[in-house]
Write a protein of this length. Structure first.
Length: 192
């Protein structure tokens, strides 16, 4: 599925859903479109912030409701380690929430994991709101500047250098893939 037409068509709603589901790629794509005047940067930021925040609240509550019932009952042998992690999180909840926000691929699992701790929902919701505002601003800014840079680069002669370099990488990848496939086939052939 191509994200670009979906984001162009639905704008902040697409960003909201993408951020809800762990969507740096959706936010960066929307930021690039905003840098070209195709989307409102303010609406993209609000969509990203609210999507990420409601997603984290959802996963936190999922961890709170189901994590202790299903996950922690199956990990009884790790009770001491889980208790230690719980104490560390309660000692520095802001640090835990902030760190998990910026570890790629850990936002959803981190929020669900935080839901299994004794951290209060109110504290989590407040710290996560501030954190999601900052996250949306950081990723949106990166995407905005990336969009501006690409437009600048691809307007000139560097476009041809970039395309040539991309073609070279593409060819090297398939040459390497071909070598791996032939070596696997030779190994299987030699075994029989």
């Amino acid at each position: 599925m191509d994200l670009l037409p979906v984001i162009k068509e639905y704008g902040p709603w697409a960003v909201f859903i993408g951020a809800f589901l762990e969507g740096e790629l959706v936010l960066i794509t929307a930021a690039i479109l905003a840098s070209q005047g195709m989307l409102s940067i303010e609406y993209v930021w609000v969509g990203a912030f609210l999507g990420a925040w409601t997603g984290h609240l959802f996963w936190f509550l999922t961890g709170r409701v189901f994590g202790t019932r299903y996950l922690l009952t199956r990990l009884k042998r790790y009770a001491t380690q889980i208790g230690e992690v719980n104490r560390m999180i309660l000692k520095r909840p802001k640090t835990a929430i902030f760190a998990l926000q910026y570890l790629y691929g850990m936002r959803v699992m981190g929020a669900a994991g935080l839901g299994t701790t004794d951290l209060s929902f109110r504290k989590f919701a407040f710290y996560e709101a501030v954190n999601c505002m900052i996250w949306a601003l950081v990723v949106l800014s990166a995407g905005w500047f990336l969009g501006q840079t690409f437009v600048y680069i691809f307007k000139g002669w560097l476009r041809w250098v970039w395309l040539g370099f991309s073609l070279l990488i593409f060819l090297l990848f398939f040459h390497h893939l071909k070598t791996i496939i032939h070596s696997k086939m030779n190994i299987r052939h030699n075994r029989s």
